[in-house]
Design a protein around this ligand. Structure first.
Ligand code: ATP
Length: 364
């Protein structure tokens, strides 16, 4: 018998043009993406963006309108839910109230007709992993919300599914508990080596937990990448503003400079930046600059953008000072400084700041 610590034979998921329509309403445009073996992939987006719809089509709970799902090269598009053997964890943990913690966790193994001694060993090992071994004989109503969610996780991991799908599993917990559980799920994922798709609308949660993030908006994938790729190379205005704080200088494209950088003409001046990976020529463009890439004072050399604006406020947030600037057209511009750094400008006065051209992305 493999011990519960043995990695599951994780699966590779191929989502190929899956889409969902309810009547004429499109809940998900045709979507194509691969989830690698053992990967932690997060679907991140605002309410109604289609995250749950996509997850439900992978689970088989919702039939797809078009497209194909394959697992390890096999067509699973029409395979019934109970034949998929996926682990599912949702926001409402749905524990059996009349069963103890131990019985809840044993349930999926009993359903699979495993021998009693194997069940006992697997349940004990899994409860230990989620630090609930002391609670084995309690009933769900005798547990806190966090403990109940750990039972739900144990009940999912105990049968070592190759694929686990989680939809906002921490949504009902308070912030402190959520942060603890994020690390716990990450640890369990790593220990069991499962392929995991996780749905959340919380960008911090996505950054902390994921190998890759699939940013969704309006029934479409906006960007798919590692947390650091999405943070430093956002491909759309939406991705840049949904993940982390971004300065957004909106304007129109104005050609390129001698070094091939893209120029953008804005109300605060013309600036240079790198064209984002998704080079769209229609609609509004914006130069995206993260607040921590901006420094005080005039540009110190070539390859820099410089901006003059009014200092509106200095906000102390513990780890750093946040300087809020007002641009002539009313746009807000933010930079972050060490709490000890001298600012040398009074509130209401003009201030000059600069940032590397290479730190900016022009997106639409
Ligand atoms: P949330 O974070 O609020 O759960 P989500 O990104 O998971 O949002 P979905 O649940 O996938 O969003 O829903 C996508 C869109 O499809 C929404 O506009 C929703 O109202 C719609 N939708 C979902 N289920 C149905 C249904 N059974 N009938 C009609 N429309 C539906």
């Amino acid at each position: 018998t493999p011990s519960a610590a043995t990695a599951s034979p994780a699966a590779k998921i191929r989502i190929d043009g899956l889409s969902k329509k309810y009547g004429t309403f499109t809940a998900l445009e045709p979507t194509t993406l691969d989830v690698q073996r053992g990967e932690f992939l997060t679907l991140l987006g605002p309410s109604g963006s289609g995250k749950t719809t996509l997850l439900q089509m992978v689970s088989g709970l919702t039939p797809a309108t078009s497209g194909r799902l394959s697992i390890d090269g096999e067509n699973w598009t029409d395979r019934p839910v109970h034949e998929r053997g996926m682990g599912l964890v949702f926001q409402h943990y749905a524990l059996f109230p009349h069963m103890t913690v131990e019985e809840n966790v044993a349930f999926p193994l009993k359903m699979r007709n495993q021998p009693a001694d194997q069940i006992r060993t697997a349940v004990a090992e899994t409860l230990e992993k989620v630090q609930l071994d002391k609670f084995a004989h309690r009933f769900p109503r005798e547990l806190s919300g966090g403990q109940q969610q750990r039972v739900a996780l144990a009940r999912c991991f105990v049968f070592r599914p190759e694929i686990i799908l989680m939809d906002e599993p921490l949504g009902a917990l308070d912030k402190a508990l959520r942060e603890t559980m994020q690390l716990e799920i990450r640890r369990l994922h790593r220990e069991f080596g499962t392929t995991l798709i996780y749905v959340t609308h919380d960008q911090e949660e996505a950054l902390v937990m994921s190998d890759r993030i699939c940013v969704m908006n309006h029934a479409k994938v906006e960007q798919l990448g590692t947390p650091s790729q999405i943070y430093s190379d956002p491909e759309t205005i939406f991705a840049a503003t949904f993940i982390g704080h971004s300065n957004l200088l909106e304007g129109t494209l104005a050609g390129t400079d001698d070094h091939g950088n893209t120029l953008i003409r804005t109300a605060a001046g013309t600036f240079a930046g790198l064209m984002g990976a998704r080079d769209a020529d229609a609609g509004t463009h914006a130069l995206i600059v993260r607040p921590e890439r901006v420094s005080l004072g005039a540009a110190t050399g070539p390859g820099m953008n410089e901006l003059r604006a009014t200092l509106r406020d200095v906000v102390y947030i513990g780890s750093d000072n946040r300087l809020l600037l007002d641009l002539p057209d009313g746009t807000e511009f933010t930079l972050r400084l060490d709490p000890g750094a001298a600012i040398g400008t009074e509130i209401g006065q003009e201030i000059t700041v600069h940032w590397p051209i290479a730190a900016g992305r022009v997106v639409s």
